[in-house]
Design a protein around this ligand. Structure first.
Ligand code: HEM
Length: 458
């Protein structure tokens, strides 16, 4: 039987139609979640770089490879939009976040937001962030009770939870800059976590008690919090992101309205949090799996002072290559969706208006056209002279590309390196020989077991 096709281009066009997978859409999604790498290579072998499937109630085109990513993200004829694509997944909870705006409006907001991420402002965040990180990491409990400063701390430590709490603490200090009572901090944390979770709810309706319903309720808690504090934030300048967004101005003197500040704060909290936690968890895992890399990274950290200067972050080259390789093997944002808002094409395939097109960057990162032995953890591939990521500007793209490229990439890398520096100096960690972290790819990629490690204070 012939493969079904998405839509025929108009007569006389030299574009090819997109083949559609004839498999059941639900089964396709399940297969993709089970093993996204195997799924991608099998479908690519069967259909080529561009194919469609019916999934999650919509028709979705997957466009593999660096060339397709470049074409979609550079978006020369403005055929692809973010808002209708991302809104489908996270719209009600992250409404009017900068990633959910398009074209001129996006440009306008991004220019103002850029002021919150200049090198000077980043140094200010770093000064605030490092003492919080050093203090929290130093208080972590060791798995070994004999060497622990906290009593009764034997057993494994679930690193994903530990790192998640740490990045939440950093976010509360560096993003909010509001003195919270423990009860308020708890309420906000809970609201934040429920808002993030709602985006991946299977039942996408506000059924009381369900994820979607909790997400909407929690979004309201976050909104109320930010509206309550905004007047005070506008009245004085403090070094936190909330204050910076209240005062940021583009070169024409444009500023954010109160509604803009609230929407952007809620979105940025989400964009910063899970992404950094996932990267840190992957790095922790890889350094437990490959203790030589842990030792090599530690040696560099031990040569530097406990409390780093901002410029010394650049000297943590081993941590940097481990981070880059972890982001390659498991990018926290595994795919980027776009909606075709007019008839267009990808790699010579006709894409009709209203089609969701997805860039599968997680499997793109395993392309052996650019990366030698792509399934092998090999941080040296990022070091000179190899620098395999340079084979194509979209070969390695954990932070996306084009006009929506991650605005927080320097912030994120700064936070991750600072946390790793303190972890490496304070602790050693390990996993049993032969341990492989079991992954859940149903939303953002996280370990099913939260990564239990033996964590020993040095
Ligand atoms: C390892 C950490 C991070 C990773 C892997 C990451 C990844 C990404 C990716 C892939 C995108 C583009 C999505 C798309 O185009 O569809 C993005 C956008 C964005 N990220 Fe990040 N991110 C990280 C950390 C952060 C941090 C720390 C912040 C803020 C402090 C942040 C704020 C944003 C914002 C605001 C956008 C939207 C930009 C726009 O649409 O103009 N991210 N991020």
């Amino acid at each position: 039987m012939a493969t079904p096709l998405l839509a025929q281009p108009s007569a006389g066009s030299d574009l090819k139609p997109v083949p559609v997978s004839e498999r059941n859409g639900v089964l396709e999604i399940l297969a993709m979640r089970r093993d996204p790498f195997h799924f991608a290579s099998e479908r690519r072998a069967q259909y080529g770089d561009v194919f469609a499937m019916n999934a999650l109630g919509i028709r979705m085109v997957s466009a593999s490879g660096a060339e397709a990513a470049q074409q979609i993200l550079i978006n020369k004829d403005q055929a692809f939009a973010n808002a209708p694509a991302w809104s489908y997944f996270i719209g009600p909870f992250f409404n009017r976040g900068v990633m959910l705006l398009d074209f001129d409006e996006h440009k306008h907001h991004r220019r103002i937001m850029q002021e919150a991420f200049t090198p000077k402002i980043l140094r200010g965040y770093f000064e605030e962030m490092q003492p919080v990180i050093a203090d929290r990491v130093a208080k972590w409990r060791s798995s070994d009770p004999a060497r622990s400063q906290a009593p009764g701390a034997a057993g494994k430590v679930k690193m994903m939870d530990q790192l998640k709490q740490l990045t939440l603490d950093v976010a509360a200090e560096i993003f909010l800059g509001v003195d919270l009572t423990p009860a308020e901090a708890d309420r906000l944390n809970k609201a934040f976590i429920e808002t993030v979770r709602a985006g991946v709810a299977l039942v996408r309706k506000p059924v009381p008690g369900g994820r979607w319903w909790k997400g909407l309720r929690s979004r309201k808690v976050l909104e109320d919090f930010f509206y309550e504090h905004i007047a005070a934030k506008r009245a004085t300048v403090t070094p936190d992101l909330f204050s910076v967004l209240c005062h940021a101005e583009d070169e024409h003197g444009n500023r954010f309205s109160d509604d803009d500040v609230v929407n952007h704060m809620i979105f940025v909290l989400m964009a910063a949090h899970d992404t950094s936690t996932i990267t840190l968890t992957q790095m922790t895992y890889r350094m437990a799996e490959y203790p030589d890399w842990q030792e090599k990274a530690r040696a560099q950290s031990l040569e530097l002072p406990d409390m780093l200067d901002y410029d010394q972050l650049a000297e943590l080259t081993t941590v940097e290559h481990i981070m880059d390789e972890s982001l390659r093997m498991c990018p926290p944002v595994p795919a980027q969706p776009r909606m075709a808002i007019k008839d267009t094409q990808v790699l010579g395939h006709f894409i009709p208006e209203g089609t969701m097109v997805v860039i599968p960057q997680m499997s793109n990162h395993r392309d052996n056209k650019y990366f030698t032995n792509p399934d092998v953890f090999d941080p040296d591939r990022f070091a000179a002279p190899r620098q395999e990521q340079r084979g194509h500007r979209m070969a390695w793209m954990p932070f996306g590309g084009g006009v929506h490229k991650c605005i927080g990439l320097y912030f994120g890398q700064m936070e991750i390196k600072t946390i790793m520096h303190h972890m490496l100096r304070d602790f050693e960690w390990s996993v049993p020989a032969g341990y492989h972290m079991p992954m859940d790819y149903s939303a953002l990629p996280v370990p099913k077991d939260r990564l239990p490690v033996t964590l020993v204070r040095r």
